[in-house]
Design a protein around this ligand. Structure first.
Ligand SMILES: C[S@@+](CC[C@H](N)C(=O)[O-])C[C@H]1O[C@@H](n2cnc3c(N)ncnc32)[C@H](O)[C@@H]1O
Length: 376
């Protein structure tokens, strides 16, 4: 029976250290952080736990093998030498996807079919199957990823990407990925007893992720994962992980989280999303222009993803919004403000130099995360 596994939590560029922190907080110490991923040596019970709890990772993959290959023969033989039968049963469905960067084996379709063939041969031999493998069982999406001639073979344990929490019923034009929204909150030092406002909330992603963090609700609690169907992970491990998530959720933690937006349709969507996330009336939603925002308490946090002003015709309006926000926050120096934007002169318009900046990608858009620490 498989006990120890190598897992890969994939991360968007710039978020690797945030993902690594989350992995460590879940109690996994044997980790390696590289571009785009965190590799974790752990017991198989980490598969349910990482999938359920990681807020900022894209997926959790099971690494089956890693080796150098310069020819199709080498790729075939080394793939076939790996213990696939420990993971994929006789009837497992295992499509093979692929990618190749800066490598001798650059034809991705060829690599995919060679890997597929090698796994088929191995499984037939080990499971004692003379004819075709039926592939009518659980789903084991397999990936061959080649980078500078190093081949990484893995099986995706998540199914749909981890950003799909299962609460998004609707969205606006430029919704933030849930994983990035969670990272924006985690990059602040907000504590659940402090006021939290997103004055450009759109479909509510940042405020909803903050509420989930505030009450320690596992982000994957409302969804399913491909590996829930896998035979080599005992069903009770999933049960234990879901029970642990239920026990650790702190539904009694009071929160003061508000999402506001100029567009009343977005507020309706945000409300519906929060309901779907099981948050009920926990987050306050308001239709309001940013210039009418007046913080009422001290020591609060603004975390927001305003429009960037990249679309024709919106530049001036967006610049005025940044100025308005800067003026309001200047009157409230105890508040900390965190803004994600690609606008090149944001600080100038806002009227203050950021305490700290961090480069992040919002999809393909290069952005900066401007952080203004409140005066204590
Ligand atoms: C980039 S979107 C935010 C997306 C959000 N993070 C999400 O995940 O759905 C920017 C939002 O700012 C809102 N907005 C534009 N002008 C505004 C203003 N003057 N005051 C408040 N909100 C405004 C838009 O309606 C839009 O929903």
């Amino acid at each position: 029976m498989v006990r120890k596994v190598t897992l890969i939590a994939t991360a968007a560029m710039g978020l690797e250290s945030v993902v690594a922190n989350e992995v460590k907080q879940l109690g996994y110490e044997d980790i390696e952080v590289e571009n785009g991923r965190v590799t974790i040596q752990a017991d198989i019970s980490a598969i349910p736990r990482l999938n359920l709890w990681l807020r900022t990772a894209d997926r959790v993959k099971l690494q089956v093998g890693k080796f150098k290959a310069y020819s199709f023969d080498e790729l075939f033989e080394q793939t076939k030498a790996l213990p696939w039968e420990q993971f994929i049963p006789e009837n497992g469905e295992f499509p093979v996807i692929g990618k190749s960067v800066k490598s001798k084996l650059y034809s991705v379709p060829d690599c995919q079919s060679i890997v597929k063939k090698a796994i088929v041969e191995r499984l037939k031999q080990k499971h004692g199957v003379a004819s075709w493998l039926k592939e009518d069982g659980a789903f084991y999406r397999t990936e061959v990823a080649i980078h500078k001639d190093t081949v990484l073979l893995s099986i995706d344990t998540s199914g749909s990407g981890l950003h799909k929490r299962g609460y998004r019923t609707g969205q606006g034009e430029a919704p933030l990925k849930e994983t990035l929204a969670a990272a924006l909150v985690q990059l602040t030092n907000w504590r659940p007893d402090r006021p939290f406002v997103d004055p450009f909330c759109g479909s509510g992603t940042i405020a909803i992720e903050a509420a989930l963090i505030g009450q320690n609700i596992a982000p994957g609690f409302n969804r399913e994962f491909a590996s829930e169907e896998w035979e080599f992970i005992p069903g009770e491990m999933w049960e234990q992980a879901f029970n642990e998530a239920e026990e650790l959720a702190d539904y009694d933690q009071p929160l003061d989280i508000t999402g506001s937006d100029i567009d009343h349709r977005m507020i309706e969507i945000a409300k519906a999303n929060a309901m779907e996330a099981g948050l009920g009336e926990l987050v306050q939603w308001k239709q309001r222009q940013v210039k009418d925002f007046r913080p009422k308490q001290e020591n609060g946090y603004v975390v927001s993803n305003p429009p960037y002003g990249e679309r024709i015709g919106e530049k001036e309006e967006v610049e005025q919004m940044y100025k308005d926000l800067g003026d309001i926050m200047a009157d409230n120096p105890s508040w900390s403000v965190y803004i994600l934007t690609s606008h090149p002169t944001f600080e100038k318009l806002y009227g203050q130099k950021a305490s700290k900046k961090r480069k992040l990608f919002n999809g393909f858009i290069k952005t900066d995360y401007y952080q203004f620490f409140g005066k204590k």
